[in-house]
Design a protein around this ligand. Structure first.
Ligand SMILES: [Zn+2]
Ligand SMILES: [Zn+2]
Length: 228
């Protein structure tokens, strides 16, 4: 059960104990040590003895004079998917599962996955429901931006999402704080315009922002988490 493929195979081969959609068999925590393996033997379960650590090493959890937890190279390195789930506070099926990792200025979770910054609720939805269908957005049925409970997430159209936002009382129209004047769709339009050959200057004029703002959007120094 400790191999990454066994962990990733959870959707195809869900164990009987799995009760929640998207729940990892180990609760989303990184597979680090097994309770039943005595200290001094490699915690991966290979049965080999580990060496005594000559120094403290916080990164690897080594204590000077005590046996290392793993034979070199045997430590389980958590996959991106495990690290993603480890940041989701998985609770009862009907509760909100809040994201505990990094947040955007707009209060959504984000996570670097496959080399790109993306919304964590979108990543969770894709984990559970498969790739996001074209032209679809992720809806938060519960209205809680940080919620990553797959049961509270659904694909929907932009107008579904707009209606959700109005229903949950956090419409983009009117008050949006600080420097985040541009709504998501405008940022997407700026990026599309640039791909289509428009200049930063003309886009800046069209959207009533500075050339620097457009440049930052194109270079993904800002709005890096926003999907195209
Ligand atoms: Zn081992
Ligand atoms: Zn929720």
């Amino acid at each position: 059960m400790s191999s990454p493929s066994a962990i990733m195979g959870v959707h195809e081969n869900a164990p009987a104990t799995q009760t929640r959609p998207g729940a990892w068999p180990n609760g989303g925590k990184s597979v680090d040590t097994k309770q039943d393996i005595p200290l001094g033997l490699c915690q991966c379960g290979c049965g080999r003895k580990t060496t005594i650590s000559p120094f403290n090493d916080r990164k690897w959890g080594a204590v000077k004079g005590e046996p290392r937890r793993f034979v070199q190279g045997h430590r389980h390195v958590p996959s991106e998917r495990e690290r993603l789930w480890a940041r989701v506070d998985q609770r009862k099926a009907d509760e909100c599962w809040l994201w505990t990792g990094a947040k955007t200025a707009h209060g959504y979770g984000y996570f670097r996955f496959d080399g790109r910054l993306r919304h964590s609720h979108l990543l969770v939805a894709e984990e559970v429901y498969g790739s996001r269908p074209e032209e679809m957005e992720t809806r938060h049925l519960c209205g809680v931006k940080l919620c990553c409970n797959p049961a509270h997430l659904a694909w929907g159209t932009r107008s579904d999402n707009e209606r959700d936002k109005i229903r949950h009382g956090r419409s983009n129209r009117g008050s949006r704080q600080g420097q985040a004047k541009l709504v998501d769709e405008q940022v997407r339009a700026i990026r599309r315009g640039r791909v289509a050959g428009e200049t930063n200057e003309s886009l800046a004029r069209e959207f009533g922002v500075s050339g620097q703002t457009v440049c930052d959007i194109i270079k993904r120094r800002t709005w890096a988490w926003l999907d195209d």
